[in-house]
Design a protein around this ligand. Structure first.
Ligand code: TXA
Ligand code: MG
Length: 343
C-alpha cells in the first residue's frame, strides 16, 4: 500500500522511436534516468528499491547498511541468517567484496558478467555477517539489465559499494518476473518511501546460476541459464559435484521453495478444472485450463513463474506441469519444479 511506483519501462521503447521523435526520445530518456537517480538516492538513504534484472526482480538495499538490509528480511518474512547476493555494476568492483579470487572465477566473471551468474567467493572486510549470513563467503553478481545497471552505477556514484538483493517475493514463494508481481507480493508491506522500478518483463525468468568458487574446482549450488558445460568450457576446470554434507547454506535449495499457492503435480492432467503448463506440442485436454504453452525451454523458463501466478489468480487448487526434457536451461527448470511439487 502506498508504495510509489516509478515507471522506467519507457527506456525499452526508445529504440523503437524513429528520428522524427528524437526530441521526445530525449525527454523519455531523461525522465527514466531521473527515476533511476531518485532510486539510487533512496537506496543511499536506507530505503528499499525493487528493481528488474534479466533473471527475476530483486528487492534491493544498500549492502553496507545493516539497518536497510534488515528491512529486506522484515519485508520478505525471511529468516535473518540467510545470505544475500550483492549486486555490483562491473567486474572492477569484485575485489572490494572478495579476496583470494581464483583465476577460474575471474574467467567466469569475464565471460558471463553482466549476466545470470552468481559467484560465491571468500569475503573481503566490507562483506559483513548481515550480508553473508555469518559465513566467510559472499555471493556477487553483475546483472545484465539496463535499469539494474544504471541503478548500480548511479548508486556507486553516490559512494555506494553494492546492492544486496534477494528475489522480490515473500520467503518461499514464487519469484516475480514483472513489476505487477512485485506489487502483488510486497506492495502491501513496503514503506511509502521504498520504490519499485518497472523495467518490464524479465527476459530469462528464473534465478541466476550460483557457483561456489572457493575450492579448487567450481561447484554449482543452483542451476540456471549458465550451464555446467558453459562453466567447464569458460573456466577450464571440471565442475565438482555438490556434496551431500553441504556446508554452504543456500535457502533457494530448500526442498520447499518457489511455491505457488496451488498444489503442483508433475505429469499430464488426469482431472478436470485444473491448470496445465507444458511445451506447446502437448495438447490441452478438455476442461483443463492452459496456463502456458511455451515453444521451447527458454520460453518455458521465462513464462513459468507468470503461469504459476496466473493459476493462483484464478484460484486454481492444482496445476499439472510437464517439465521440459534435455540439457541447458531445462535442468534449472526441473530443479525449480521438483522443489514446488506437493506430494
Ligand atoms: O537471479 C538471482 O540470483 C536473483 C536476482 C535478484 O539477482 N536473486 C536471487 O536471490 O535469486 P535469492 O536471495 O532469492 O537467492 C539467492 C540464493 C539464496 O539461496 C542464497 O542462500 C544464496 O543465493 N547465496 C547468497 N549469498 C550466498 C553465500 N554467501 N553463500 C551461499 N549462498 C549464498
Ligand atoms: Mg529467492
Amino acid at each position: 500500500m502506498g508504495t510509489r511506483r516509478a515507471r522506467v519501462s519507457v527506456i525499452y521503447f526508445i529504440s523503437k522511436l524513429n528520428e522524427w521523435d528524437a526530441l521526445l526520445m530525449e525527454k523519455i530518456k531523461n525522465s527514466a534516468k531521473a527515476e533511476i537517480k531518485k532510486a539510487a538516492h533512496s537506496l543511499m538513504d536506507g530505503y528499499l528499491v525493487a528493481f528488474p534484472t534479466e533473471t527475476v526482480y530483486g528487492l534491493g538495499a544498500d549492502a553496507a547498511n545493516e539497518k536497510a538490509v534488515s528491512r529486506i528480511y522484515d519485508v520478505k518474512g525471511r529468516p535473518a541468517n540467510h545470505p544475500l547476493i550483492v549486486h555490483i555494476s562491473s567486474i572492477n568492483k569484485l575485489e572490494k567484496w572478495a579476496v583470494d579470487v581464483p583465476e577460474y572465477a575471474i574467467k567466469l566473471a569475464k565471460e558471463f558478467w553482466p549476466g545470470p551468474l552468481t559467484l560465491i567467493l571468500n569475503r573481503n572486510k566490507i562483506a559483513k555477517d548481515f550480508i553473508t549470513g555469518g559465513q566467510d563467503k559472499v555471493g556477487l553478481r553483475v546483472p545484465n539489465q539496463i535499469t539494474a545497471l544504471l541503478l548500480l552505477q548511479e548508486f556507486e556514484k553516490l559512494g555506494g559499494l553494492g546492492v544486496a538483493a534477494p528475489s522480490a517475493n515473500k520467503f518461499g514463494a514464487v519469484s516475480p518476473t514483472c513489476a505487477e508481481a512485485v506489487i502483488d507480493e510486497l506492495g502491501g508491506v513496503m514503506d511509502s518511501k521504498d520504490l519499485i522500478l518497472d523495467g518490464g518483463k524479465c527476459e530469462i525468468g528464473i534465478e541466476s546460476t550460483i557457483v561456489d568458487c572457493t575450492q579448487e574446482h567450481p561447484r554449482i549450488l543452483r542451476p540456471g541459464w549458465v550451464t555446467k558445460n558453459m562453466i567447464e568450457e569458460s573456466s577450464d576446470k571440471k565442475v565438482s559435484p555438490r556434496l551431500e554434507t553441504e556446508q554452504i547454506r543456500v535457502p533457494g535449495q530448500l526442498e520447499k521453495h518457489y511455491k505457488p499457492k496451488a498444489r503442483i503435480q508433475l505429469g499430464f492432467p488426469n482431472e478436470v478444472n485444473v491448470g496445465f503448463i507444458a511445451l506447446s506440442n502437448f495438447k490441452t485436454p478438455d476442461s483443463v485450463i492452459r496456463l502456458a504453452s511455451p515453444k521451447d525451454s527458454h520460453s518455458y523458463a521465462s513464462e513459468l513463474y507468470a503461469a504459476f501466478r496466473l493459476g493462483d489468480a484464478q484460484g486454481l487448487s492444482k496445476i499439472f506441469v510437464i517439465a521440459p526434457e534435455g540439457d541447458g536451461i531445462a535442468v534449472a527448470i526441473r530443479d525449480r519444479l521438483v522443489r514446488c511439487v506437493t506430494y
